[in-house]
Design a protein around this ligand. Structure first.
Ligand SMILES: *Cc1c(COP(=O)(O)O)cnc(C)c1O
Length: 374
């Protein structure tokens, strides 16, 4: 049996969790949370990183920081996870869905300007499969129209655009450490603050709307309720697990890249019959996902069922948000969604996790050949 994903231990997870317990701090913002924040700040070369309990939480913080209010519009793809949209809808915002590009499956930067209205407040990009959106063009549009840019970089830790790390390009960026991502802590996330004006308020929002972070640093002599907020911080036990993974980030992503390349060297031979991932020249990706795109829904369903009958688990991906019940109720569609609808019906993700091996990949390749010769 080959699962689609498998959570794993890389090195010192147990040791660090034990150490956190021994040090007697299990709440948020303990020793390991600080270590993770500092690690990411150094690795990405950014001013401020705040660990959260999920990428969803980091997106919700972003929406609060941007002061999203009733009717404010946020440009985003429909082909994404619900949290991208939900975070803004919770503040009264309106997701405005724009179609994706058929090659990278990222938001089509050429369709953004026609979706803008006087109510547009921000562009929320999603770097699908850890492959960057066309950020030069998107940042130029944002600058021209005075819009904020949020990166939903949930899948993109360790990826680059023009040699700049993803997560460092927008005003704010959000990572996920969910067990299905490259670097994991079960549930987990981080908010990256690139626009410095958001730093102070972000600390407050994350600490239930209080200035407790300032109090811990000795900058105020008591802490109090100063703004809206919630509890967005993870327990230090989660951070301890995560720190072991972060220390091994390059090792993890390198191994995934070997697996990704092994898939790609094989499937490229069939690229006249199925579509394989496209990596633009100015992008370095983190081998988050390997997918195949079939010609139609029937073919994809047959393939998933065929593989399933041999205990190989493949999964499809997003159901478009624009045509979902909540998407219809809370969102708006800007233009045709043809590519989104087509990709949603035809894309399948292959098993991809740290402990996958070449032998298992050989089985998957053999079964693929059997399937297409059927
Ligand atoms: C995984 C994912 C999320 C949600 O991450 P959580 O940490 O589970 O909240 C959001 N957006 C995208 C694009 C994702 O892939």
């Amino acid at each position: 049996m080959i699962p689609f994903n498998k959570p794993y231990l890389i090195e010192n997870e147990f040791k660090y969790i034990q150490d956190a317990i021994d040090k007697g701090i299990l709440r948020g913002d303990g020793i390991y949370t600080q270590k993770c924040n500092s690690f990411l700040e150094k690795k990405l070369g950014v001013k401020k990183v705040l660990l959260t309990h999920s990428c969803t939480a980091a997106l919700e913080m972003a929406a609060i920081l941007l002061d999203i209010k009733d009717g404010d519009e946020i440009i985003m793809p429909s082909y994404t996870f619900v949290s991208t949209a939900n975070a803004f809808v919770l503040r009264g915002g309106v997701p405005v869905f724009v179609d994706i590009k058929p090659d990278t499956l990222n938001i089509d930067e050429n369709l953004i300007e026609q979706a803008l209205t006087p109510k547009t407040k921000a562009i929320c990009v999603v770097h699908y499969a850890g492959i960057s959106c066309e950020m030069d063009k998107i940042l130029e549009i944002a600058h021209k129209h005075n819009l904020y840019v949020i990166e939903d970089a949930a899948q993109a830790l360790g990826s680059f655009y023009n040699n700049k790390p993803l997560g460092t390009l927008g005003d704010l960026a959000c990572f996920s450490f969910h067990e299905t991502k490259n670097i994991i802590s079960g549930e987990g996330g981080a908010l990256i603050i690139n626009n410095e004006k958001f730093i102070e308020r972000a600390e407050i929002i994350r600490e239930k709307g209080t200035n407790r972070s300032k109090f811990f640093r000795g900058e105020v002599d008591k802490y109090t309720w100063v703004d809206i907020g919630s509890s967005f911080l993870p327990s230090d036990i989660v951070a301890a697990y995560l720190y072991s993974q972060l220390e091994n980030m390059d090792k993890i992503n390198n191994k995934r890249m070997e697996l990704w390349n092994n898939y790609n060297d094989f499937f490229v031979k069939y690229s006249n019959r199925i579509q394989i991932p496209y990596i633009p020249k100015n992008c370095i990706h983190n081998a988050h996902m390997y997918y195949l795109i079939f010609n139609n829904l029937e073919q994809r369903t047959d393939f998933i069922n065929y593989m399933k009958s041999y205990d190989i688990n493949l999964v499809f991906h997003y159901i478009p948000l624009h045509s979902s019940p909540a998407g219809i109720k809370y969102g708006k569609v800007a233009g045709s969604m043809n590519v989104t609808d087509k990709i949603s019906d035809t894309l399948v993700r292959l098993p991809m996790f740290y402990e996958l091996d070449f032998k298992q990949q050989d089985i998957i390749k053999d079964m693929f050949i059997n399937f297409i010769n059927k």
